[in-house]
Design a protein around this ligand. Structure first.
Ligand code: NAI
Ligand code: 13P
Length: 330
């Protein structure tokens, strides 16, 4: 039987391992924390990152990257900023790497598929992304995702049966860049929606922000070669709607706390879980400027994270000159 495992035992890696094991399959998960390896193997829980979820006994954990190298396919679920170093620490790599992290590498500005390709040049790369709160997937609630295969339909035929379950429906795409940009940009926009909520600006403002944020995602995606139909799908609009409207989102909650007046510095230094949008915003602002793409909402989030005062940042957005809704430069 083809073997599949999960690299990273945060909330999402753990939920994916449980989803994969829902048909009785043996699933190996790599955890960085020794105490978590012990807990998953003995208690079948992950109280650090996914409290409340009960895992199947067929999910077993290891802290040895060599165990993961032997598998046929690996779902890669480290935080985006650590994907390169974790993959580089493996003695070899499975044939298929399915990237499930949502972000852009700070410093280099690389998308995750470029990071993975450099660390594991022999592997075929795919991207899995969509509206998927970890606790819901772990509980077996249904959702659907984009599975963008860098090697096209041949790779899809190989990996989709490994990943699809009754309540977890991958949809085929070959637009890896589009799938990655959707997930990375929506995290930043979710912070903005949280700020609107924290400031009490109302539901109209949030809907307007989602629509204008989506326009930013489309413009940026187009500049990097993503297809707009990909961004209109599960990994773009689908995930944007989910993350921008729920305090279950860490990014939304971070924004809400900022809007309520907590300091960015304190919020970031106190974190145990990852809010990828905070790491993506600065590098996204840089990449957008390089591409000549206007991203005023993303820039506003960056300013807030630098410590600018929420009310004045919102005032800046509202004072922008009026323009045509479609086709303008921003
Ligand atoms: N939680 C969710 O509902 C979803 C998360 N994602 C994405 O999955 C990725 C992982 O997020 P979560 O599983 O939620 O993480 P988490 O916030 O639950 O846990 C933090 C993770 O970071 C790891 N970590 C911390 N420092 C590290 C280091 N130096 N090197 C390697 N790993 C380190 C920890 O071991 C832990 O696995 C992120 O890119 C996130 O955007 C995607 C879809 C859903
Ligand atoms: O990506 C997610 C859901 O699809 C999770 O969002 P947060 O990282 O904001 O919690």
């Amino acid at each position: 039987m083809t073997s599949v495992g999960v690299l990273g035992a945060g909330a999402w890696g753990t939920a994916l391992a449980q989803m994969l094991a829902s048909d009785g399959r043996a699933v190996k998960i790599w955890a960085r924390e020794e105490e978590l390896v012990e807990e998953i193997n003995s208690e079948h829980t992950n109280s650090l990152f996914l409290p409340g979820a009960k895992l199947s006994e067929s999910v077993t954990a290891t802290s040895d990257l060599a165990d993961m190298a032997k598998l046929d396919a690996l779902l890669v679920v480290t935080p985006a900023q650590h994907m390169g170093s974790v993959l580089a620490g493996m003695p070899a790599h499975p044939r298929d790497l399915v990237l499930c992290s949502k972000g852009i590498e700070a410093g280099s500005g690389r998308l995750m598929n470029h990071v993975a390709k450099e660390a594991a040049p022999e592997s075929d790369i795919a991207v899995l992304s969509g509206p998927t709160f970890a606790h819901e997937v772990a509980a077996g609630l249904p959702t659907a995702v984009t599975l963008a295969c860098g090697n096209g339909e041949e790779q899809w035929e190989r990996i989709s049966p490994l990943i699809a379950r009754h309540a977890f429906r991958p949809y085929y795409s070959d637009d890896v860049v589009g799938a990655e940009i959707g997930g990375a940009v929506k995290n930043v926009l979710a912070i903005a929606c949280g700020v609107v909520d924290g400031l009490g600006l109302g539901q109209n403002a949030r809907a307007a922000l989602i629509a204008r944020g989506y326009a930013e995602m489309l413009r940026f995606g187009e500049a990097l070669g993503a297809r707009s139909e990909t961004l209109a799908g599960l990994c773009g609009l689908g995930d944007l709607v989910l993350t921008c409207s729920s305090t279950s989102s860490r990014n939304f909650s971070l924004g809400k706390a900022l809007g309520e007046g907590q300091s960015a510095e304190t919020l970031m230094s106190d974190r145990k879980t990852v809010a990828e949008g905070a790491h993506t915003a600065p590098v996204l602002v840089e990449l957008a400027a390089r591409q000549g793409v206007a991203m005023p909402i993303v820039t506003a989030v960056y300013d807030l994270l630098k410590g600018d005062e929420p009310k004045s940042v919102v005032e800046g957005i509202l004072s922008r000159p009026l323009k045509a809704e479609q086709g303008g430069a921003g």
